[in-house]
Write a protein that binds this ligand. Structure first.
Ligand SMILES: [Zn+2]
Length: 305
């Protein structure tokens, strides 16, 4: 489905739900036909002139934003400078996928490196895992990308991943915020290169732009109460932070913290969700250790100072 935001800025919504493995894309039908993200699936892309797409901007390297790049072999591809390694360096890619901590945090060996054996819909071209992708260029925070009459501002918004970007259209105050996605479960920062403090700063940065239209990777389009929505979204992580800190008035282990009701398991208490929840708790702890508010007692035990 294609939804017009103005004459030449459109949202491409996946045929299935805009959830993993799919994401929303932005299509800019201008002098240089441009796509932001490539995870909407082949059925959704059947509605645009695929062979005419000249440029693809990637919000970040996660699979659900990149698996459709093969539909656009002639397009130039750009990503944020902080995350270009994920397209070029296989070793670093697998390290930042984060699963090398699995055994340590879960107490058992993870059999596969990633979810490479999952079954995916037919219009998803590839499986998760490293694919070398030639970038034609990189962007950095504040860069203006001009594709005809449309100006796109690149916004470095790390936290979800280190090179995560949002894109702002300053002339009509449309914001594409990528995986800072207003999920009712709050922000996700369970990656190796995720950072809780950066999530807070990035959401504040989006609010400061005073967007009038908000498109995220995984939800519908929002036109009202955008600041409130962003604040409520961030608050989920801040409430969690408060609970973790309150619980650490006595020393506790990571496993004990993960047993607390922190809102991590709404999509099921699967091994992956448990693993990611532990990584996210560690992101909270790292933030407070750095601020001198939590002490690391070793052996994954922590206490508030
Ligand atoms: Zn992501």
């Amino acid at each position: 489905m294609i939804i017009d935001l103005d004459n030449n800025i459109k949202v491409i919504r996946p045929e299935g739900k805009a959830m993993f493995p799919y994401c929303n894309s932005i299509y800019i039908d201008d002098e240089t036909k441009t796509l932001i993200d490539a995870g909407s699936g082949g059925n959704a892309y059947a509605q645009i002139p695929k062979e005419e797409i000249g440029l693809i901007l990637l919000s970040h390297s996660h699979f659900d934003h990149t698996h459709g790049l093969g539909y656009f072999p002639q397009a130039r591809i750009m990503a944020g400078t902080e995350e270009q390694y994920a397209f070029q360096d296989e070793n670093k890619f697998y390290i930042t996928a984060g699963f090398q901590r699995w055994e340590e945090l879960m107490g058992s060996q993870k059999e596969v490196r990633m979810n490479t054996d999952i079954s995916l819909p037919d219009d998803v071209l590839v499986k998760p895992g490293f694919r070398k992708i030639e970038l034609s260029g990189v962007f950095k925070d504040g860069d203006e990308i001009i594709v005809g009459s449309t100006r796109i501002m690149a916004l470095h918004t790390p936290g979800h991943s280190v090179g995560h970007y949002g894109f702002f259209f300053p002339d009509n105050k449309i914001l594409f915020s990528g995986d800072l996605d207003i999920s009712p479960r709050g922000p996700w920062y369970g990656g190796y290169d995720s950072n809780f403090g950066d999530v807070i700063a990035s959401v504040e940065k989006l609010i400061a732009l005073k967007p009038e239209v908000l498109v995220t990777s995984h939800r519908r389009i929002f036109k009202d109460d955008i600041e409130k929505l962003l604040r409520e979204y961030l608050q989920i992580a801040l409430d969690r932070d408060e609970k973790i800190m309150a619980y650490l008035d006595k020393p506790h282990s990571l496993d004990e913290i993960a047993e607390q009701e922190l809102g991590f398991y709404e999509l099921g208490k699967t091994p992956h969700n448990i693993f990611w929840s532990k990584v996210m708790i560690l992101k909270h702890l790292e933030f407070h250790i750095q601020a001198g508010e939590v002490e690391d007692l070793g052996n994954y035990r922590f206490v508030r100072i």
